[in-house]
Design a binder for this molecule. Structure first.
Ligand SMILES: Cc1cc2nc3c(=O)[nH]c(=O)nc-3n(C[C@H](O)[C@H](O)[C@H](O)COP(=O)(O)O)c2cc1C
Length: 385
């Protein structure tokens, strides 16, 4: 199987599985508890059907939108994800360049493997920094200041990771950051020499946005759950979010909102956008799918704040369904991470190209020339009997 055999997210997942040592693959692919929510995130799109209109004159299609103050060329962007140079040596650099090529937003995580400064200088496409609130407030302040200096376009405060999710695949494989050699993982690393040689002989793994303040995760191997449970500030609340918004002073997004109540509070503290998200099912298993929450949230706060449907997206039609339900845009993590792991920058570009073409083709088939033409009149949920 090679790059040109990959036509969709699932194809890239299969290729990533072959290319990665098991602990790394399962870190990306896995989710919390029984992984029910991860499955629901995509299934939810399949539980709603599109209703096309025909004879609309759809020669010229415009799928661009304005999101968080920046015009982007497609209504889908790349959510911030941790540890990308573990998945492919090109890491965040590949993702940034691919996002730039397709003219869309992308985010880097607090646990990114390329520095805020480098990403800031690398691409002109809109960039978001995802902030985890650490107990060490000096670290939080330092990341915010560095993002201001590097001219990041938005800050997204993740609010669904107050404790680490129970990711049992990581418990079984013993996944840590940086990866630890155990008898089981050694076999897997040896069976994937391409990945292992890149890991050993290219730029040393570290977490440049944290390692001025902490060793964990950069130099000391820890599980991601242990990192969250020991380093993050569980006392974070709405006052904290409001303070961070003021400290940042720029475009501000809350990532991990699920309830109407919280969406209203996000408006009240002056957030510009909310990512309706359950962290790709990696936190609270049994949580509802983001897509299923869009309509209620859009009815309550649509027009007052931008609404992003994050998670489960694998197809262009998924993006169209989310927008028809009331979202302003969509975002995803695994949809580009499998492609990054499978083939680096060409992989991310290929999946973005596929999704771009799907959105364009499906807009024509739906009879719309602009994504803002999509509404709930073109969507029906299948209700259980
Ligand atoms: C491997 C991996 C690492 C992630 N790391 C972070 C992170 O550091 N910060 C964060 O806010 N979200 C993180 N996420 C969640 C994504 O930003 C996004 O919410 C999620 O991937 C959406 O679900 P999807 O993978 O089904 O698209 C991560 C997701 C994955 C799969």
């Amino acid at each position: 199987m090679k790059l040109t055999d990959c036509h969709n997210v699932e194809d890239f997942r299969a290729l990533a599985r072959r290319r990665l040592p098991a602990p790394v693959f399962h870190y990306i692919d896995g989710a919390a508890d029984d992984e029910t929510t991860k499955g629901r995130n995509t299934q939810a799109f399949q539980d709603a059907d599109l209703i096309p209109n025909v004879l609309g004159g759809v020669e010229d299609i415009d799928m661009s939108i304005t999101l968080m103050g920046r015009k982007i060329a497609m209504p889908l962007f790349l959510s911030p994800t941790a540890l990308q140079r573990l998945f492919h040596w090109q890491g965040e650099r590949a993702v940034a360049r691919a996002a730039e090529k397709f003219g869309t937003w992308f985010g880097i995580s607090s646990l990114a493997t390329v520095s805020i400064e480098e990403v800031g200088a690398l691409v002109s496409t809109p960039k978001l920094f995802q902030l985890y609130i650490h107990k060490d407030h000096g670290l939080n302040r330092s990341m915010i200041e560095r993002c201001k200096a590097a001219r990041f376009d938005a800050l997204a405060l993740t609010v669904d990771t107050i404790v680490g999710g129970n990711r049992e695949r990581c418990l079984r494989t013993g996944f840590t950051s940086p990866p630890r050699l155990t008898p089981a993982s050694a076999v897997s690393f040896a069976a994937h020499p391409g990945w292992t040689l890149n890991y050993l002989f290219r730029e040393k793994f570290h977490l440049p946005n944290l390692d001025t303040h902490v060793d964990a995760g950069s130099n000391v191997a820890v599980s991601v759950a242990d990192y969250f449970n020991t380093m993050l500030d569980r006392s974070m609340d709405w006052t904290t979010a409001e303070r961070i918004r003021a400290e940042w002073g720029g475009t501000f997004c809350l990532k991990g909102i699920m309830s109407v109540e919280d969406a209203k509070r996000a408006v009240a503290i002056g957030a510009d956008a909310i990512m309706i998200s359950n962290h790709g099912g990696r936190q609270l298993d049994g949580s509802r799918a983001p897509f299923d929450q869009i309509a209620e949230i859009a009815d309550a706060v649509g027009g007052q704040i931008e609404i992003i449907c994050d998670g489960g997206v694998k197809r262009g039609t998924h993006a169209l369904k989310a927008i028809a339900a009331g979202a302003n845009a969509c975002s995803g993590g695994r949809l580009y991470l499998y492609a990054l792991a499978a083939a680096g920058q060409p992989g991310v570009e290929r999946i973005l190209g596929k999704l771009h073409d799907e959105i364009e083709r499906d807009m024509r088939l739906m009879g719309v020339t602009s994504v803002t033409d999509l509404g709930r009149d073109q969507l029906r949920w299948r209700r259980p009997d």
